[in-house]
Write a protein that binds this ligand. Sequence first.
Ligand SMILES: [Zn+2]
Length: 387
Amino acid sequence: MPNISTLAGADLKALAQELDKLLAEYSTKPSVVFESEESRLAWVFSGPKRRKRAWEQSRPCMFPHCKTLAVTRSHTIPRAALALIAEDGHVLTPKFNEVRMRLEMQRIGINQASTFPGFCSGHEQIFQCFEKKVELQEDSSLHAALQVFRILFQEIVITEYGLASLKQTVEKHRAQVDGWGRRKLERFMRGRGLAPVKEFAISGVGPLARAEQTIADQVAHLERLRSQALEPFLAGFRSGVVRGTLLQHLVPGCLPLALAGHTDFRYMARGASTIDNVLVVMGLHPCSNGSFLMVWTPFENGGAAIDDYLRMYSANASESAGILHMIEAWMLSGSDHWYMTPSAWSSLSASERDSALGAISDVEHGIGNPWPPGALSRILLAWSQAR
Ligand SMILES: [Zn+2]
């Protein structure tokens, strides 16, 4: 019986056409690989469960060379700080609902909010000096440095988990796609009296191609976070200095918000002709005498970039309005790791809430080209003046 490697003439041409048809079918309608709508939905719904299981598994402490298991819930933003903005022990955070396929605000208890499997109980002690301290001063640089340290670890853990989970999802989908393709091809071969195909794999088309690209991007991003941010920060930390440029500021009035994350600030230095991507770590930490804001970049000469960055927000507004607009930009285009007082969020109108969630989903905007001041700025201002 002729097999696939000895095909020639009309058989070979027909096979090439069959393969083109098969790839086009998967590209235009990826759900075709599922045997039924039920099996497609079962696959979709298994995603969140798999991710939750992975997140709850123990992993070693993130501190360099420590082999002890991490506690499963290390707080990035201290629980005592979250308690200052919580209502009935809860805050709201933006979360993508994978069943409804949309971004929503989710209610979360402050014991769970802003936690990740980070450090062992021994290394958790590093942060004890401010863990329960709720009054902070403008010059709390040790606090700001430790908080940057924790945010960096949190971002690495979240990215690692996201990547592992994406790889797992892609492999499951790949098996489904290959099985579907093989069955179709077998039918074709049988119809022409040809030997069945033993191995068949699809790559580089449809959702698989997009997922493969996302994996490559995430791997590169993780490497950059480690080499450009974490390693220089740790080197400085061991010798008691903060490398890079760290700015901290005590915003008066307790804002109904806590935030911890990182993003890229696309920035063109004065006189330069190219745009730099400056990695920025951002934090907003509620305290009893205000909101402690910190910005860190790994570059030693990042001061000019940060100055320009701040000037961008204060150019057409007072300094305090500029800072609130900057915080709003962090919420919409910088990090989705933020927590808000429930009644502050619900004081927005339904269309303002929809428009804020829509802005978060729009990846075209970054903190360097922010949306104009909007409803969140207004709420932050109202709260800062009321308290
Ligand atoms: Zn440890």
